[in-house]
Design a protein around this ligand. Structure first.
Ligand code: FEO
Length: 396
């Protein structure tokens, strides 16, 4: 008995994706507290049928069962590969072996990836470029290249007649349940977290893509993870702020502490910033969630890093977090580094080396021996006031 449910989004357009609520980690890096979905969409035109993206390996049969509610997998004419990452393209080998006629439709770079990763023969690949379209009869798919969002080959697909944008990972969120955006109460929090984890390093490319889709008449945004946006303006507005690096009057505090000396440095700066009206996000690295940390990097104007010295450098958790901060390219303008050591310093130098050349202004760095004295606390409070003033000044 095929009990699978699919959802009709529009005339002859169906969500045929799958829910992976048990998944807890992506890329051996990103926590998924709410699981995720791999969204695939079936578009039935009067002449041709297209499947937009597929699903993660292991879900091929579920995808096939869902498709069979509308048509046979063997009758699909085109598989639109917006992105080659296996969570969306991983079912391509199964589809290509089950269906002898379907063509993979993708960008030039996607074509090479389809051959490399999925062994798709060249003659079964149709390469499309920016602005190209594909006629399905009474429906037309238009393609918009969106490189580095977040791989080089990525593209968006726009279904002209139904005004649906399929942007693959862009505008996505890792949430396993909820078909539409208004089904998930805190969706924007999940979307911001997702943006921080996946899209933030590519903000410039995000700006270019936003510019490209500006003129489109969009009723639905159907990404490849999480709910479909039937209130597209809400996510478009949020993305406009995030890709442009618009920050809040907010500081993110990221630290580890071994014998509480570093935490004793962190507490007065947190208190000072809070009393100055600065919004705070505090991440003790022994207990924090990296996705939350990425979310807070998206809109923080300042970063405070705190670390003890361990074996002549920063604590390994702080090394990891600092590397992530560097890699994710957050828009923060100001930074402070605080450190305590037992018998020899090195954490501040280590953190500064990892951060390397950066547009972030280091407002202050303090490295002290043991727990902070009253004099040290006074200096930390002054640093906090200076940072608060800079945040407030920049906010105007
Ligand atoms: Fe969801 Fe980049 O794959």
């Amino acid at each position: 008995m095929n009990w699978r449910n699919i959802s009709q989004l529009s005339k002859k357009v169906y969500w045929v994706g799958v829910r992976d609520w048990n998944r807890r980690l992506f890329d051996a890096l990103i926590p998924l507290p709410k699981g995720t979905t791999y969204n695939a969409y079936l578009v039935i035109g009067s002449n041709k049928k297209a499947l937009i993206d597929t699903v993660n390996p292991g879900f091929e049969k579920e995808l096939e069962e869902k498709i069979s509610k509308c048509t046979n997998l063997a009758d699909i004419d085109y598989v639109i590969m917006n992105h080659a990452e296996p969570d969306h393209a991983g079912a391509i080998p199964y589809i290509m072996s089950t269906n002898s006629k379907a063509m993979i439709v993708t960008t030039n770079k996607g074509a090479k990836m389809a051959q490399t990763f999925y062994k798709v023969p060249e003659e079964r690949i149709r390469i499309v470029a920016d602005g190209d379209s594909l006629d399905l009869g009474d429906k037309t798919l238009q393609f918009i290249e969106a490189p580095m969002l977040h791989w080089p080959e990525t593209m968006f697909t726009y279904l002209k007649e139904e005004k649906i944008l399929f942007p693959c990972d862009f505008f996505g969120s890792h949430v396993a349940v909820g078909l539409y955006d208004d089904d998930v109460e805190d969706l924007l929090v999940h979307a911001q977290r997702y943006f921080g984890e996946i899209m933030m390093p590519f903000r410039i490319m995000g700006q270019k893509a936003m510019e490209k889709i500006r003129g489109l008449d969009i009723m639905l945004i159907a990404p490849s993870h999480g709910p479909i946006h039937r209130n597209p303006n809400r996510i478009l507005k949020a993305y406009s702020q995030w890709v442009n690096g618009e920050t809040r009057k907010k500081a993110i505090v990221v630290y580890a502490t071994m014998w509480n000396s570093t935490e004793k440095m962190i507490r007065p700066i947190v208190d000072t910033l809070a009393s100055e009206g600065i919004e705070l996000a505090i991440h003790n690295l022994t207990v924090t969630d990296l996705g939350d940390l990425a979310k807070d990097l998206v809109d923080s104007k300042a970063i405070v890093l705190g670390s003890p010295t361990v074996l002549g450098g920063a604590h390994p958790l702080v090394v990891y977090a600092t590397f992530l901060v560097k890699a994710l390219k957050p828009p923060a303008k100001f930074g402070i580094v605080l450190s305590s050591y037992g018998w020899g310093g090195g954490a501040v130098k280590n953190i500064q080396e990892i951060l390397g050349a950066s547009k972030m202004e280091v407002v202050g760095a303090m490295e002290i021996n043991g727990p902070p004295t009253d004099n040290d606390v006074g200096k930390i409070i002054e640093l906090g006031k200076l940072l608060a003033a800079k945040i407030k000044e920049e906010a105007h």
